[in-house]
Design a protein around this ligand. Structure first.
Ligand SMILES: [Zn+2]
Length: 932
C-alpha cells in the first residue's frame, strides 16, 4: 500500500516529501522520567476542562495467568487511591458536577488503557489541581486493597455476563484461528472469569507496578485553562515519579501474514442472522510515515475508496437478484483489536441460505473496481463529499470540542497519528486533492485487493438451529475462485444530469411578520397560511436547523394501517424525490450538506432537516419536494422489506429483544399501537398506501409551523421562504390529533423465564402518574427523583451487594397529545443468583425516596443539571426544542430554569415522589430470569 502511495504522492506533489505540521496551540513535552504530556487551550465548551491519562499497555501485556487483569486494574482506579481513598474519586468529582460513567470513565483494550475526567468546570482553580492529582494517583498511587479487590470481582463477572452476546461468544471461539501464532488470539480484554474470580492480590499489584510507568504514560489536558500554569503543575506532580531501572519494555506483538486464506464459520443459537466479512489485511503506516504529508494522501484515498465501494454496493443491493441484502466497507485495525495490522473490510448480510452466492457477489464487486477502476464521475462525487465535509469542519473550527481534541492528542501518543491544526489540514488537503486524479486512486486498488489469497480472511457468523445447513470453508473458497474466474465487466455509472427541481413553483409572499413575546424569535405568516418561526443564532457559524410539525400523526389512522404506520418513516426515508429514485438522489446530493426527513409520531407529522449556510437552498428544495413529490421507489422498498424479513425472522432468539418487546407490550396495556413489529407484519406493509398517507400528511402547508434556528442570512431566508414554502399547496382545514395513547393501570407484574446461552437476568420497574399536568417544575422534580434513585441503586445494588454490573434509574415528565406522564424508571441487569436481593432493593429504595432524600446527593445533582443546562444553551438544537415547546404547546421550559433547580429542597423531591409518582398507584414490573 505505502509503496503505491509514495509513487502517487511523488507525482502529486512537485515539492516532494513534506512533514505534516503540528498544531501550534498544542504544548507538548516529555519529562525526564519518560512521561509525555499535552496541554491545549480550547474555549468550546466554555469554562470546561477535560483530563486524560493514556497508557500504552493493555491486555496484550498479560501473562497467561493474568488474563483479565489489565481491565480489572482499570476498575480499581475508581476504588481507592492515595489521595482519594474509598469512593473518593467518584465522590469528589461528583461534587464538581462530573458524573461517574458519563464524564468520569475509562476503557481497556488490547494495547491501550485510557482514563478520562470530562467537563470539569474551570471556575475553581483548586478543582482543576485536584483533577490533575487524580491523574497522578492513577499513574502510580492506586491503593489496590484486598477487600476492594474482592468487591470488584463480582462487578466484573457481571460485566462479562452483560457483554456476552452471540457475536462475542463466536468471536472468542475463533479468535485463535484469526490470530494464528499471536497473543492477540488469547487476550480478549475481559479475560477469563477463572482469573477474575481467583487471582491473588499481588498478581494485580505486580501487573500495575510493572506496566503503569511514566515512560508508558501520557497526560492530556484540554480546555479553558492557563497553559503555562497547567504545564508547570504537571511537572510538579509527575516529575518526582521515579522510573525504575531495567523496566520491562513494551514490545509490539506481531500479527503474522497469511498466504492461504483464513476462513472461519461459526454458529450460535442466539445469533439472529448470518453475516460475512471479507477482509484484506495490510500493514499500517509506521509512526515515521504518519508524520509525512503522504499519510494524509493515503488517508484521503482510503476514505474515498471506501465511499465509492459503499455506493456501488448500496446500488447493487437494490437489484432484485442480488444475493446480499446489504453490504459496505471500511478500513481499520484488524478485528478492531490490533494496531499492528489493518484490514480493508467488506461486510455483507446474505439473503437466507445464499452465503456462498453473497460472498461471491461481494468478491466480484471488490475485483470489478480493482480491475477496471472507479470512474471519473464516481470519484468526483466522492471527492466533493469529502471536501464539503472537511469544509464544514473548517467553518466550524471554533466549535471543536475538548473531547475531539483530547482524543486526537491521545491518538498522537498511542498511535503516532498526526495533529495538524484544522486550518493546516484544510489547506493541505485542498492543495493535494485537485492533483490526485482517479487514475492514481485506481493504481492503488490491485495492491489493496490482491489476485491471490495473501492476507485474505473470511469470517462468517450464523444462526444455529436444528436441521440447518451451514456454509463450509470449501464452499467459501469455491465462491472466491468462482468470482476470480468470472467475466467481470466495468461498472456503468447511471446518473441524472439535471437539477433537483427543473420547474420553479410560483413564489408566494410573506403577509405578516411580528416579533415573538420571548426567546428573541420572529413569527411570519406566509401567503398560503403556513406559519414560520425564525431564530437567528451564531452558536455555530455553519449550521441551520429546520423542524416543521403539524398535528395529526398516526393517531388519525386505525389498526388496519398498523404495519404501514410502523414502517412509515423507514419507507419514506428510502424513497426518492422528484425525478430521482433513491440511488440517483444520493448521487445528486454528493458534496451537499443538507438533508430533510419526513416522520410521523403518534400525534404529529414532522419534517426535520439540517444544512450548512452554503446548502440552505438545497434544504429548501428537499423540503418542497418532500411535501409535493415523493418518488415511489419500488426497488429500494423491496430491498428494505427483504432486509427486514431477515433481521426479524429470528428476533425472538435474542433475549434482549424478547425482553424489550415484553416491556412495551406490558407498559402499553397490550395496545396494538405499541405492538413490536414482527416478521409476520411485513406482508401487510403496502408501498402505495404509505405513499398515499405521506401525501395526506403533507397536503396542507397551512397546518404546519416551520422553525428555523441557526446562522442564516435574514434576507436570503425570506426569499427562500417565499419561493419554496409559501408556494406549497394549502387549504383552510385544520387537523387535531386523537388521544390514543394507553398505559397499564394499577400494579402489573410480568415476571418470566427463558432459556439462554449465557444466563442473564433483567428488570425494569416503572412508577407513574398520568394526571399530574406537565410543568417545568414537575419535569425538574421527576428528573431529580430519577437521578437520586440512580445513585442509590449504583451504591446499594452494584457496589454493596455486587448484584449487578450496572444499575440505573431515571425520571421524566412529558406530554404527548393531551396525555401527561410523570415517570420514574429503574433499569437493572441483575446477577441471576442475586436477583431477589436486587429486586427488593429496587422496590425499597423507590419507597424510601418518598420518605427522605439525601441533601448532599441532591446538591451534587443540581450541580450536574446546571452544568448541563449551561452547556446545552450553546446548542441550536436546544433552542429548537424551546421554540417548538413554546410556540407549539405553550410550555416554557427555559425561563427561570436555573433558579427553579436551585430552589428545590430535599423535602420537595420526597413529597413529589410520595404525592405524585407513587400516589397514583401505577407500577409495572417486567422481570426476565434464566430458565434453570
Ligand atoms: Zn469494565
Amino acid at each position: 500500500m505505502a509503496a503505491a502511495m509514495l509513487m502517487m504522492a511523488g507525482i502529486a506533489m512537485a515539492q516532494g516529501m513534506m512533514p505534516i505540521p503540528v498544531d501550534e496551540a498544542v504544548r507538548m513535552g516529555k519529562l525526564e522520567n519518560g512521561l509525555t504530556y499535552y496541554v491545549r487551550h480550547n474555549d468550546y465548551p466554555e469554562h470546561r476542562v477535560n483530563f486524560y491519562i493514556a497508557q500504552r499497555v493493555g491486555s496484550i501485556q498479560e501473562e497467561e495467568s493474568q488474563r483479565g487483569l489489565a481491565h480489572f486494574l482499570e476498575h480499581m482506579a475508581f476504588n481507592g487511591t492515595e489521595n482519594f481513598p474509598g469512593n473518593g474519586v467518584i465522590d469528589y468529582t461528583r461534587n464538581l458536577g462530573v458524573e461517574f460513567g458519563r464524564d468520569l470513565n475509562a476503557y481497556t483494550s488490547t494495547d491501550q488503557t485510557v482514563y478520562n475526567i470530562n467537563d470539569v468546570p474551570s471556575t475553581r482553580q483548586s478543582a482543576l489541581d485536584s483533577c490533575l492529582l487524580i491523574l497522578r494517583d492513577w499513574s502510580c498511587g492506586l491503593l489496590l486493597e484486598d477487600e476492594e479487590i474482592d468487591k470488584e470481582r463480582g462487578v466484573i463477572h457481571e460485566e462479562w455476563r452483560l457483554r456476552r452476546s452471540a457475536q462475542q461468544r463466536m468471536l472468542e471461539n475463533c479468535l485463535e484461528t484469526l490470530f494464528p501464532g499471536s497473543k492477540y488470539g488469547q487476550r480478549m480484554p475481559i479475560g477469563l472469569m477463572s482469573v477474575v474470580d481467583g487471582f491473588k492480590y499481588n498478581e494485580l499489584r505486580d501487573y500495575y507496578h510493572k506496566w503503569y510507568r511514566p515512560d508508558n504514560q501520557a497526560i492530556v489536558v484540554v480546555g479553558d485553562i492557563d497553559v503555562d500554569y497547567m504545564e508547570n503543575l504537571i511537572k510538579t506532580y509527575f516529575s518526582p515519579i521515579v522510573l525504575q531501572p531495567n523496566a520491562a519494555q513494551v514490545v509490539d506483538e506481531p500479527v503474522p501474514d497469511n498466504e492461504e486464506a483464513i476462513i472461519v464459520v461459526e454458529k450460535d443459537k442466539e445469533q439472529q442472522f448470518s453475516i460475512i466479512q471479507l477482509m484484506f489485511k495490510h500493514d499500517p503506516s509506521t509512526r515515521e510515515e504518519k508524520q509525512d504529508v503522504m499519510y494524509m494522501v493515503e488517508d484521503y484515498a482510503m476514505d474515498l475508496i471506501s465511499e465509492m465501494y459503499d455506493q456501488r454496493l448500496r446500488e447493487k443491493a437494490q437489484e432484485a437478484d442480488c444475493p446480499f441484502l446489504q453490504a459496505g466497507t471500511y478500513n481499520g485495525n484488524y478485528l478492531g483489536m490490533s494496531a499492528n495490522k489493518e484490514a480493508f473490510v467488506f461486510y455483507c448480510l446474505p439473503k437466507p441460505d445464499m452465503a456462498n452466492e453473497a460472498l461471491q457477489a461481494v468478491m466480484v464487486e471488490a475485483l470489478r473496481a480493482s480491475m477496471h477502476g472507479f470512474t471519473a464521475g464516481e470519484y468526483e462525487r466522492a471527492k466533493a463529499e469529502y471536501l464539503s465535509r472537511l469544509e464544514k469542519t473548517y467553518n466550524e473550527r471554533n466549535k471543536i470540542t475538548n473531547e475531539v481534541y483530547g482524543r486526537s492528542l491521545i491518538a498522537n501518543y498511542l498511535e503516532g497519528e498526526p495533529i495538524p491544526s484544522i486550518e493546516q489540514e484544510y489547506q493541505i488537503v485542498n492543495m493535494l486533492a485537485p492533483n490526485i486524479p482517479v487514475d492514481l486512486i485506481n493504481q492503488v486498488l490491485p495492491e489493496l485487493i490482491p489476485q491471490n489469497e495473501h492476507n485474505m480472511v473470511v469470517v462468517n457468523f450464523n444462526q444455529e438451529a436444528e436441521g440447518k445447513v451451514y456454509p463450509t470453508v470449501e464452499g467459501f473458497r469455491s465462491a472466491i475462485n468462482a468470482a476470480r474466474a468470472s467475466d467481470i465487466e466495468a461498472y456503468v455509472d447511471n446518473t441524472k444530469n439535471e437539477p433537483l427541481m427543473t420547474v420553479m413553483p410560483t413564489p408566494g409572499t410573506i403577509v405578516s411578520e411580528k416579533k415573538g413575546d420571548k426567546f428573541d424569535y420572529t413569527e411570519l405568516t406566509l401567503s398560503n397560511g403556513a406559519k414560520v418561526i425564525l431564530k437567528k443564532t451564531d452558536l455555530k457559524e455553519n449550521e441551520i436547523r429546520m423542524e416543521a410539525e403539524s398535528k395529526g400523526g398516526s393517531s388519525l389512522y386505525g389498526k388496519e394501517d398498523y404495519a404501514n404506520l410502523e414502517m412509515f418513516d423507514a419507507v419514506v426515508g428510502m424513497s426518492g424525490l422528484g425525478a430521482f429514485d433513491n440511488t440517483e438522489l444520493t448521487k445528486a446530493l454528493a458534496g451537499k450538506q443538507a438533508n430533510v426527513d419526513l416522520g410521523m409520531s403518534t400525534c404529529y407529522e414532522t419534517l426535520s432537516g439540517k444544512s450548512t449556510v452554503k446548502d440552505l437552498e438545497t434544504l429548501f428544495q428537499l423540503t418542497y419536494l418532500t411535501m409535493t413529490d415523493i418518488h415511489k421507489d419500488e426497488k429500494a422498498f423491496n430491498n428494505l422489506m427483504n432486509q427486514l424479513s431477515t433481521m426479524l425472522k429470528n428476533k425472538h432468539l435474542d433475549p434482549n429483544s424478547a425482553f424489550s418487546d415484553s416491556v412495551s407490550v406490558t407498559l402499553s396495556n397490550h395496545n396494538w399501537r405499541e405492538k413490536p413489529f414482527d416478521e409476520s407484519d411485513i406482508a401487510n406493509v403496502n408501498l402505495d398506501r404509505i405513499m398515499a398517507i405521506a401525501k395526506e400528511r403533507t397536503a396542507n402547508a397551512a397546518d404546519f409551523t416551520f422553525y428555523f434556528v441557526g446562522n442564516f442570512d435574514e434576507q436570503l431566508i425570506r426569499e427562500y421562504l417565499c419561493q419554496y414554502i409559501a408556494s406549497l399547496p394549502a387549504n383552510a382545514s385544520r387537523e387535531n390529533y386523537n388521544n390514543v395513547q394507553e398505559y397499564a393501570l394499577g400494579k402489573v407484574l410480568n415476571h418470566f423465564t427463558r432459556k439462554m446461552e449465557t444466563p442473564k437476568a433483567m428488570s425494569y420497574m416503572f412508577w407513574y402518574n398520568l394526571t399530574e399536568p406537565y410543568s417545568m417544575r414537575g419535569q425538574i422534580l421527576a428528573s431529580m427523583a430519577g437521578q437520586l434513585l440512580d445513585k442509590v441503586y449504583l451504591q446499594k445494588i452494584r457496589e454493596d451487594a455486587g448484584a449487578a454490573y450496572s444499575a440505573s434509574a431515571f425520571g421524566m415528565q412529558r406530554r404527548t397529545g393531551d396525555l401527561n406522564q410523570t415517570m420514574v424508571i429503574g433499569v437493572v441487569p441483575m446477577t441471576p443468583e442475586k436477583s431477589d436481593l436486587a429486586l427488593s432493593i429496587m422496590r425499597e429504595e423507590a419507597a424510601n425516596l418518598a420518605k427522605t432524600v439525601d441533601a448532599a446527593s441532591l446538591t451534587d445533582i443540581k450541580e450536574v443539571m446546571i452544568k448541563d443546562y449551561n452547556t446545552s444553551i450553546k446548542e441550536n438544537s436546544y433552542w429548537m426544542n424551546v421554540l417548538t415547546e413554546w410556540v407549539g404547546r405553550g410550555n416554557d421550559d427555559h425561563t427561570g430554569y436555573e433558579e427553579m433547580v436551585n430552589s428545590i429542597k430535599p423535602e420537595d423531591v420526597s413529597a413529589f415522589m410520595r404525592n405524585v409518582v407513587l400516589a397514583a398507584g401505577n407500577n409495572v414490573e417486567v422481570v426476565m430470569l434464566p430458565e434453570q
